[in-house]
Design a protein around this ligand. Structure first.
Ligand code: DGL
Length: 264
């Protein structure tokens, strides 16, 4: 039985990749809702419906846990999903809490990138009001970055120009941390690091995979296997242990997901 990862598109591959490194004995299924990507610019009713349809399709496969590797889908649908299925479902949220803690004594601010829909949800606004006592958190949606990512556009000039234009209204020297609160965005982590070498960039992948490990352990459903020995075997191993599926059944998109797993 495998662990399923679900996202609107290829973003959740950033979380899958982390899980493949940390849980080498497991097998994985990755499901992208290609019929409805992107989620971030749709209504919460639409996204709720699409997420449920996707999870129904995933649970027809041989899976023992599902990771909603999408901040938008989690913020809309997680509470409803947890009651509706009898396998563990793990969600994710923007890593605002650790980012605020990192900057408590630095005097710097935190900038959260996430989809418009995530930023509008009470799950997000409640989280910020709970942890942001000093009012240091700002947020910004980056919808075009999801489009670039879906097109596997990693042209440094295009992406640099995009970030410069989007961030022009911000005084970036006042920020200590950028939170990548959408799973598509970590594909651009290295470009961001070069643009802002003094700002820490955090995302939710490692925390989500830690949570997944705990859930598997407490349900006693961990698959243990000796880790791959030679470093050269790692990428072959990574691409072998995952089955890709998408709601639109497009073979070209399956190849895109495989490519994205190599790139990340
Ligand atoms: N990757 C998704 C997230 O983490 C959503 C991107 C989209 O479909 O707009 O929020």
């Amino acid at each position: 039985m495998g662990i399923a990862f679900f996202d609107s598109g290829i973003g959740g591959i950033t979380v899958l990749h982390e899980a493949m490194k940390r849980l080498p004995g497991e097998s994985f299924l990755y499901f992208a809702d290609t019929l409805h990507v992107p989620y971030g610019t749709k209504t919460s009713e639409e996204v709720n419906k699409y997420v449920k349809q996707s999870i129904d399709q995933i649970t027809r496969e041989d899976v023992k846990a599902i990771v909603i590797a999408c901040n938008t889908a989690t913020s809309i649908a997680i509470s409803g999903l947890r009651n509706g299925y009898d396998i563990p479902i793990i969600g994710m949220e923007p890593a605002v809490k650790p980012a605020v803690e990192m900057n408590r004594s630095t005097g710097k601010r935190v900038l959260v990138f996430a989809t418009e829909l995530t930023l509008k949800q009470s799950k997000y606004t409640d989280l910020v009001s709970r942890v942001d006592e000093q009012c240091i958190v700002d947020s910004l949606p980056l919808p075009e970055l999801v489009e670039y990512c879906e097109a596997l556009n990693f042209d440094i000039r295009v992406i640099n120009d995009y970030f410069r234009a989007k961030l022009a209204p911000f005084n970036m020297s006042t920020y200590g941390t950028i939170v990548l609160g959408c799973t598509h965005y970590p594909f651009y982590k290295n470009i961001l690091r070069k643009l802002f070498p003094d700002i820490q960039i955090v995302d939710g992948s490692a925390g989500t995979v830690r949570r997944l490990s705990q859930v598997l352990k407490s349900a006693d459903i961990v698959n243990v296997q000796a880790p791959v020995k030679a470093q050269t075997q790692v990428s072959a191993q990574l691409s072998m242990d995952v089955k890709f599926m998408c709601s639109g059944n497009e073979p070209a998109y399956i190849r895109k997901m495989e490519r994205a797993l190599e790139i990340i």
